[in-house]
Structures are given as C-alpha cells and as structure tokens.
Design a protein. Sequence first.
Length: 139
Amino acid sequence: MVKRFKLGVFTLMLAIQISAGLYLTFFDSILKTFGYIHWVALIGYLALDLILLSLLLLTRKNVMTRYIGFFSALGTVAMVADALLGLPVSEYKTTSINAIAYLFGFGASGTGSSFGVSLAFTILLISSGLTAVLASGRF
C-alpha cells in the first residue's frame, strides 16, 4: 500500500505535469505546427500520466509509483535531450542554443516563444524530474 503522504505527493506532481502539458497542448501553436510529432508525443505522455494516476489512486500499490517514476524519468531525459540536440525530430530543427532559447526564453525577443509556453515547459520538465526522483523512494 502506498502511504497517504506519498500518494498525495504523487497526485500533486502528476496534476502539475498534466496541467503544464495541457497548457502546451492547447496554447503552443508552434509546437503543433512545427513539432507535430512532439505534440502527439506530449498528448501520449499526458494520457499515460492520467492512466497511471488513475491506477495509483484505485490500487494504491507501490508498483504504480515505479511505473510513474520510470515514465517521468523517460520524459525528463527526452525533454533535455531534445533541447540539447536542437529539436532534431521537429521541422524547427535548429542549434542547441536556439532550442534552449526557445524552450527557456520566457518571451524574450528573438526566441520565438512566449512567457507562458516557456513557463509551462519548465514546469513540465521540473515536475517530471521531481516525480522521477520521488518515485525512487529516496524521500
């Protein structure tokens, strides 16, 4: 059985991930236009988060936290690698500097992104990473 505190933390972290991802899904038009594969992958990631959260809340089994942690770690690594490699899977292929500026530019001129998009991506990245760490059982 998952302890009540751990269940609350996982629920909160997944709710934050899902919220940030939904924001990107609906409000990042560049993502949908130039990074359609990323957009579809994000929808898949969000669906998986919802399924795993539902299973965690229904079963309250420790094994669910491991699945959540694995997929959160995988998502975190994919987001960091994508930024460092210059968004190689999208039509927006660029240098790693420009990719990082786009993802973390927070609306600065010349970055191509808005404050909201950068904030949502940053929240998604941090919450995914924290969820992976928390799932490792080291808290």
